[in-house]
Design a protein around this ligand. Structure first.
Ligand code: Z16
Length: 821
């Protein structure tokens, strides 16, 4: 019988300690005395994994034998974070682990810290995929995550003496990876290149796709799903004839070419990369996943009835990255299984749905027809036919020829391109945005023509975050207090129960405890920051955090200009430092390696930090820290310790944001614009509990219409606001570059002549909200009360709720009936 008992594992701490000893001996081959903390980590991971195997097995069997449609979440990124604590939680072994490891003479924290964080994602999109597979498992929905096991994840970030970002390779597999099971027995083959003879594809080369399987344990669901990440290997690793001629490099050329496909994650978040290798990666993993799904659901069948495929599984396309899968499923059905076009199209169009995660036109991938023709000639042929038929369909719906032209899947310009978002929208049943505002803008702007003609396809699913990792595990103190306040811990899988905290916001005793939790978290973070980065953070200051990818639209520049302005006004005597709420500002951000202005912004922040933190005039009043290599671990530590969260993107640019949700759920207040999910957060927590500033989407649109970026209107804002002028002048005059006036000249020039994302236009409004923030913060009780209300009203942002919305609006499926004896 499948146990639906976790996390109440009946095994004792002593028994678990013995299991760890067994793994040390039989897996690691060391005695407890010889063992290092790394050994203990691997042994504990291996031991806890064994507690999940039975549920994993039954989940797989039930999925294939039952008749609940499964979800295949196709994503080029899964930003999982460390696994051990999550696995322990879901196996119900957290307490036993702590005791067992102590019994073995180790600090549980050190063992957890021995795990190297896998960085197989860039940011929001990759982390969302990780939250979603957690929720799918926790809700008991049969699901696969399908993606790529990159050998190198997102680069490791360091800063040099000048404060510039340095990227170093993230060779995460250098350490043992006890979570991934490389299943050589379940490899498939993926082909590329070559030519088409009639409709027959004769590929030029192929690679082996080897699955690496990860368990995805649900919380109290008794279910364990699978994350299957593909890794590429050559068909023939070594050409022995060549090797015997002593041409060693040439002998392994095959191997190198094949393995290059899954060598490295492209480090771009919402920016375009029109690189052939990226398309190879995309095709590689979706082609492997489609084959895998067919063999999983039609085991041992040579001639399966694939007209039932859409009842077995539906594929969710996470952004445009996996969209080539549409052409691939068509090809498989037409060429490998001999279906006619209409049948194949019927199956394909009922299998895929598409989530768009952006509003930036450059992030919607468009592949040159020339490139696809070369790499995937048969797919290009199929896409041409899809396009031709789509145009025919459109002619039946509208006589507006320009509209039809605009909507074509293959653009008609000089260098024609395949517009992957259009392909996905034309082929799939549903298209969704990731927050209400975003979904509206998709319909009104980005995909307007499509929503005019196919309104029924469009829907919204607001993003969410998993409360297991980002509340229960990251913030144990607050979690205990919530459980105490609600009298149950059932909120962990039913986050709307946090509503029960609303009355407690008026209980001074509870609010006081809540404030004490935050203080303790801040002290913890200060210790963490000292240990990891050598920072001397003062936990008695307000913790003000901005953590996210470095991108112009997110406007780290706005934040740093405000810091500079405050600093300058203290120095000039315009502000009495004793009137300020002492504040520590934290930045965490990686910039895409080729993103010049983003990298300049990083350098500026680092140097502002250096100057301010070393200036006795502001000591104890203002400090800036930029811990390098922002990752999940840093988020898990900083978010619970943060008082004030920055969500200050230009309105209409951030599709959703998910950090904003994590902060609200951890009792930080938000200063933000009406953008992405901020809008929904503000509506739910109450306008009075949210610090709103800046232009809204309509005002932004109007200002563009006036020529803001084309006529250099930002300069007027610079001239007319002395604080703004002063701050920018300090950047220009070398104050943050040891007197060198050139260091930031391109950044400054951009601000003064273009400023596409309207940082300068929103500066005054952003400065003005600060006094309200400070006034509120001075009233400790009031601030803590608002923080409690943020937590209490943010249950909606559980990724469990997002998944329930997908089940109802997009996937039309649900949990698998619980397993019985
Ligand atoms: C990404 O992380 C996002 C969008 C995108 O097109 C590509 C990548 Cl790699 C982000 C959005 O910027 C963010 O607003 C959103 O919250 C997140 O995806 C998850 O939907």
């Amino acid at each position: 019988m499948a146990a639906i008992t976790a996390p109440h594992n009946p095994i004792s701490a002593t028994d678990f300690a013995n299991e760890i000893r067994t793994e040390l001996k039989y897996t690691q081959g060391v005695t407890p005395k010889e063992a290092t903390v790394d050994d203990v980590y691997v042994a504990a991971a291996t031991a806890v994994r064994k507690h999940l195997v039975d549920s994993w097995e039954t989940t797989k069997q039930d999925m294939v034998n039952g008749n609940t449609k499964a979800v295949g979440y196709l994503s080029a990124e899964f930003l999982m974070g460390r696994q051990l604590q999550n696995a322990l939680l879901n196996a119900g072994l957290t307490d036993q682990f702590d005791a067992a490891v102590k019994e073995l003479g180790y600090d549980p924290k050190d063992v957890i810290d021995a795990e190297y964080e896998p960085g197989l994602g860039n940011g929001g999109l990759g982390r969302l995929a990780a939250c979603f597979i957690d929720s799918l498992a926790s809700l008991g929905v049969p699901a696969f995550g399908y993606g790529i096991q990159y050998q190198y994840g997102i680069f490791k970030q360091k800063f040099d003496e000048d404060g510039k970002q340095i990227e170093t390779p993230d060779y995460w597999l250098l350490k043992e990876n006890p979570w991934g099971h490389t299943d050589y027995n379940r490899q498939v083959h993926v082909s590329f290149g070559g030519k088409v003879e009639g409709t027959k594809w004769v590929p030029a080369w192929s690679v082996r796709a080897i699955p690496v399987d990860y368990m995805v344990p649900g919380y109290k669901s008794g279910r364990v799903n699978t994350l299957r990440l593909w890794t590429a290997k050559a068909e023939d690793e070594l050409d022995l004839l060549t090797f015997n001629k002593s041409e060693y490099t040439k002998a392994v050329a095959n191997q190198i070419q094949a393995e290059t496909i899954t060598k490295i994650l492209y480090p771009e978040d919402s920016t375009k990369v029109g690189k052939q290798l990226r398309l190879e990666q995309q095709y590689f993993f979706v082609a492997a996943s489609i084959q895998d799904a067919i063999r999983t659901f039609y085991p041992g069948q040579d001639k399966p009835d694939l007209t039932t495929f859409p009842q077995k599984i539906c594929f969710q396309l996470n952004d445009t990255h996996p969209v080539i899968g549409i052409a691939e499923l068509m090809r498989v059905l037409l060429d490998d299984y001999g279906y006619d076009w209409d049948t194949a199209w019927d199956i394909t169009s009922h299998t895929f749905n598409y989530t768009c995660h952006t509003l930036l036109p450059e992030a919607l991938e468009q592949w040159p027809v020339s490139l696809i023709s070369e790499l995937l000639p048969r797919h290009m042929q199929i896409i041409n036919e899809i396009d031709r038929r789509f145009v025919e369909e459109l002619k039946g719906l509208t006589s507006d020829e320009e509209k039809i032209d605009r909507m074509r899947i293959i653009s008609t310009d000089k260098e024609p391109k395949v517009r992957m978002a259009y392909l996905a929208t034309a082929a799939g049943q549903h298209v969704n945005g990731v927050a209400e505002l975003h979904s509206e803008l998709l319909k009104d702007v980005t995909l307007k023509d499509f929503s005019d003609l196919f309104p029924q396809k469009f829907t919204n699913v607001t993003n969410g975050v998993t409360p297991r990792r980002f509340v229960k595990i990251a913030n144990p103190r607050m979690s205990d207090l919530i459980t105490e306040g609600l009298g149950t811990d059932a909120w962990i899988s039913d986050l709307e129960m946090l509503k029960g905290l609303v009355p407690l916001a008026d209980d001074p005793e509870f609010v006081k405890k809540f404030a004490e939790v935050k203080k303790a978290n801040k002290r913890d973070f200060a210790a963490f920051a000292k240990r990891k980065y050598g920072f001397d953070v003062d936990p008695n200051t307000m913790f003000n955090s901005m953590i996210k990818r470095l991108h112009e639209y997110k406007r780290q520049a706005l934040k740093i200009l405000s810091v500079i302005s405050t600093y300058a006004n203290i120095k000039s005597g315009k502000i009495n430092p004793d009137d300020l709420v002492p504040r520590t500002v934290f930045f965490g951000a990686k910039a895409a390696p080729g993103y010049y202005l983003a990298k300049q912004t990083i350098q500026l922040i680092n140097n502002v930090s250096r100057v301010i933190n070393n200036d006795p005039a502001v000591k104890g009043k203002l400090a800036v820290y930029f811990p390098w290599n922002y990752n999940i671990e840093l988020a898990e530590n900083l978010i619970p310790a943060t008082d004030l969260d920055e969500q200050i993107s230009q309105a209409g640019k951030e599709a959703s944001g998910t950090g904003n949700m994590k902060f609200a759920l951890n009792g930080a207040l938000t200063v933000g614009t009406l953008d992405g999910a901020n809008v929904e957060i503000r509506n739910l927590v109450g306008a009075e509990n949210f610090f709103l500033f800046g232009m809204n989407v309509d005002e932004v649109t109007d200002l563009y219409a006036k020529g803001y970026d084309t006529k250099g209107l930002s300069h007027d804002y610079y001239e007319s606001d002395p604080d703004l002028k002063q701050a920018i002048d300090l950047v220009a005059d070398g104050t943050f570059s040891d007197g060198d006036k050139d260091t930031y000249k391109d950044l400054v020039n951009d601000w003064l002549t273009k400023d596409y994302f309207m940082t300068l236009a929103d500066f005054r409004s952003y400065m003005d909200i600060q006094s309200k923030i400070e006034e509120t913060y001075r009233d400790e009780q009031k601030w803590a009360r608002m923080a409690v209300l943020n937590v209490a009203n943010s249950g909606y942002f559980s990724s469990d709720r997002s998944i329930e919305d997908y089940l109802e609006r997009v996937w039309m499926t649900g949990p698998m009936p619980a397993h019985r004896a």
